[in-house]
Design a binder for this molecule. Structure first.
Ligand code: CMP
Length: 139
């Protein structure tokens, strides 16, 4: 059965006008955008969203980057959506990502890596609820 996951098109991608290119790769990979909103994250939102990384050395840079420009938050639906999206994105560091993945083809660096995707079904549910009300998701 189809499941859902959460995605962010990051500021490096919106800045380079790659929202459509990223979305096409997601769609070509078998995912459907069932909710989407372009927003500018506040510092509080970014810190809260990435709270699990608070103790990491890259946390402040990550928050600064994620608030440096617009992002597009999306809910994606498809067969095995969380794992499918991770396969389409490729490894966190574009240097390690497989050819044909979003991060290999489009990302600039491990920080400016164009997309975020949930790393478990449990986190997907939490992250979807962080940004979307149930009635904003139209499958
Ligand atoms: P994301 O999936 O959005 O989750 C946390 C983000 O931190 C990750 O993608 C990277 O873009 C970013 N990041 C920056 N530096 C590092 C690092 N050294 N290791 C892992 N993630 C990093």
């Amino acid at each position: 059965a189809a499941t859902r996951t959460f995605s962010i098109i990051k500021p490096d991608a919106t800045r380079r006008n790659l929202t459509g290119a990223v979305t096409k790769m997601l769609e070509d990979g078998g995912l459907r955008v069932v909710a989407s909103r372009r927003i500018h994250l506040t510092k509080d939102q970014a810190e809260d969203f990435y709270g699990v990384h608070r103790e990491r050395p890259f946390f402040n840079d990550l928050v600064a980057f994620m608030t440096s420009g617009p992002v597009v938050v999306q809910v994606l639906e498809g067969e095995n959506a969380m794992q499918r999206n991770r396969d389409i994105m490729g490894a966190t560091n574009p240097a390690n990502a497989e050819p044909g993945t979003i991060r290999k083809e489009l990302a600039e660096s491990i920080e400016a890596n164009s997309v975020h995707g949930s790393d478990s079904d449990e986190n997907a549910a939490t992250e979807i609820a962080f940004f979307f009300k149930p009635e904003e998701i139209v499958g």
